[in-house]
Design a protein around this ligand. Structure first.
Ligand code: ADP
Ligand code: MG
Length: 621
């Protein structure tokens, strides 16, 4: 084309495309769900803009928020059209080729090691999956702020952009034309496309149509000169043969007959009743799992660990679905303090508002995925006004409660977990195998979040403490809970004992444990750096105080000899205190916490433990 401008793909993108083009990955179907997901995102965007400016939608067909699929067997072309926001010339250049997203190289690496393309959407490069099935792709796009442009590429390192002077005007939106490779001709079959849309795009909230063929009976006049009529020239010879017979029989009756004709019409492929609007009892587990996959673009085989679907009523009304993903994102804690990113999508009365709305969940729950659809929040206000809306606080509070209940349920339903009930009273559900060990799995992925929650969320501290797991002198290498600890406490034991340090192995040798072990007291090992901070916030649990056994104040039952000992060593302790400087020690005392070791240095009750000193030192280095 003579008005085309040429561009080179950014290097990483080019590499990505090469790999896709040459990939032996067998599941090529995924390109369709990526295109539909992009179309749906574009529709969400224009719908959002239309909340504050109705004009943006335009008139007539242009205003219809829908997705259309068309097949052209002759041209071996599959096209997908949306009436979404569209792309300006600049958008086309940036979004489809010159600006690499942060996920591009991460995905290239992943693909080189696993060959698995399934997660392409999660990395923000889903569009390029079109080259699994096409060797030439055209993207025609019209944005309200620009003219209509065509982007095209044969994935040979370059793409071209031209002002579109030859195609039908789109009004607004994007049409993607895939010129299918020879080995991908199956995507020209209507039945195949229908099956794929059902399979992958069931939860798209805009109607998806296919230009479907239909055999219909039509009545045509059967007059004598009909066989020579031009209009009937597409009929088969056998039909014409019948004609002859008809003619002789129906000579003086109505000269009409029925023939089959292929017509085309838009056939709706999805039902857009959002899953979260349905009653939870009508939604199957399988549907939730599929919804999770489509929501998160995580199309791996793994199921979410748990979900919660509920409606909140009262002053603030909303519906929500929350999921615990099977795995924590790799950078969950790395970016914890710099980012606040929530993974909940916010809808207001069915309209998608944002997936970067951080006011919905506290930071420590940012690993949750899901959505909230509010009826109370106003629709046609700016994002800033939404963020300051008073009902957000209530929504957040309720979401946290529900999230903690959901996490608690993972533990309650896990047969490996301590329920506090008698074995035989515990109700066994059918899918016990699936639930077995789930809480340990949860803990390994998200335990740190629970601890951060205890530190940050005073209101839910006790609820969160119930979810804590740790090892102890009696847990036998397994994880145990505070409730379990309490159930094993010795009669007369008032406090919950714990010790902090680098590792369990190191702590097991600690002289602080000598006497406690001998007397059969259980001591919790806290070995995560965050534990030291945690214990500054977690003062008590179920009416019991926590006692760091390396700190002053440890009481191990009653010792009848203590008074006597104190007296007989009075001179020694006095001498010692006099000899050591007051900056070094507060006090020298007779203790009953040791067994073999003659003496230990103990931290004062409100001072930093040795482990905390170590951590603080590590931080300032
Ligand atoms: P992602 O959807 O995760 O952003 P993609 O590779 O699928 O990544 O798409 C890249 C970008 O191209 C999108 O972010 C969007 O800006 C743009 N885009 C793709 N398809 C469309 C479309 N149908 N309408 C408007 N913009 C689109
Ligand atoms: Mg996409």
């Amino acid at each position: 084309r003579n008005n085309a401008e040429k561009f080179e793909f950014q290097a990483e993108v080019s590499r990505l495309m090469d790999i896709i083009i040459n990939s032996l990955y067998s599941n090529k179907d995924i390109f369709l769900r990526e295109l539909i997901s992009n179309a749906s995102d574009a529709l969400d965007k224009i719908r959002f803009l239309s909340l504050t400016d109705k004009e943006v939608l335009g008139e007539g067909d242009t205003s219809k928020l829908e997705i259309q699929i068309k097949l052209d067997k002759e041209k071996k072309m599959l096209s997908l059209r949306d009436r979404g926001i569209g792309m300006t010339k600049e958008d086309l250049i940036k979004n489809l080729g010159t600006i690499a997203k942060s996920g591009t190289s991460a995905f290239v690496e992943k693909m080189q090691s696993t060959g698995d393309l399934n997660l392409i959407g999660q990395f923000g490069v889903g569009f390029y999956s079109v080259y699994l099935v096409a060797d030439y792709v055209e993207v025609i796009s019209k944005h309200n702020d620009d003219k209509q442009y065509v982007w095209e590429s044969k994935a040979d390192g370059a793409f071209a952009i031209s002002e579109d002077t030859w195609n039908e005007p789109l009004g607004r939106g994007t049409e993607i034309r895939l010129h299918l490779r020879d080995e991908a001709q199956e995507y020209l079959e209507e039945s195949k496309l229908k099956e794929l849309v059902k399979k992958y795009s069931e939860f798209i909230n805009f109607p998806i149509y296919i230009w479907a063929s239909k055999e219909v009976d039509v009545e045509v006049p059967a007059d004598e000169d009909e066989s020579s009529d031009e209009e009937s020239s597409d009929r088969t010879s056998s039909e014409e043969g019948e004609d002859e017979a008809d003619k002789s029989e129906d000579e003086d009756t109505e000269k009409k007959k029925t023939v089959k004709e292929t017509t085309y019409e838009w056939e709706r492929l999805n039902d857009v009743k959002a899953i979260w609007l349905r009653s939870p009892k009508d939604v199957t587990n399988e549907e939730y799992v599929k919804f999770y996959h489509s929501l998160t673009k995580d199309f791996s085989d793994e199921k979410p660990m748990a979900w919660s679907h509920f409606t909140a009523e009262g002053d603030v009304e909303f519906k929500a679905v929350l999921f615990v993903p099977p795995k924590a994102p790799h950078n969950l804690y790395q970016s914890y303090y710099n980012s606040n990113k929530s993974n909940l999508k916010l809808y207001v009365r069915r309209v998608f508002i944002s997936d970067e709305f951080d006011e919905l969940l506290p930071k420590f729950l940012s690993f949750l995925m899901g959505l909230v659809d509010s009826d109370t929040l106003p629709l046609n206000v700016s994002r800033e006004m939404l963020q300051a809306h008073s009902s957000l606080k209530t929504i957040k509070k309720k979401l946290v409660r529900k999230a903690l209940d959901m996490i608690r349920r993972i533990a309650d339903e896990d047969p490996d977990e301590f329920s506090g009930k008698d074995e035989k009273d515990v109700e066994k559900s059918g899918d016990e195998d699936e639930k077995k060990g789930q809480y340990t799995k949860f803990w390994n992925e998200y335990g740190k979040s629970i601890k951060l929650g205890i530190i940050e969320d005073a209101t839910n501290r006790n609820r969160l403490a119930k979810l804590l797991r740790f090892e102890s002198t009696k847990s036998d290498g397994k994880l145990t809970s505070l409730d379990q600890y309490i159930s094993r406490m010795k009669s007369g034991q008032k406090d919950i004992f714990y010790i902090t340090g680098i590792s369990k192995e190191q702590l097991e040798k600690s002289p602080f444990l000598e006497r406690l072990k001998k007397k059969n007291y259980e001591v919790i090992f806290f070995t995560d750096p965050v534990d030291e901070y945690l214990m500054q916030y977690l003062m008590d649990y179920e009416g019991k105080q926590f006692q760091n056994v390396s700190k002053d104040g440890l009481k191990i039952g009653k010792d009848s000899k203590s008074r006597e000992l104190k007296d007989s060593f009075k001179e020694l302790t006095k001498w010692w205190k006099g000899t050591l400087k007051t900056e070094d020690v507060d006090e020298v005392k007779i203790s009953n916490r040791l067994d073999n070791t003659p003496c230990v240095v103990v931290t004062s009750k409100f001072g930093w433990s040795a482990n905390m000193e170590r951590l603080m030192q590590a931080q300032t280095l």
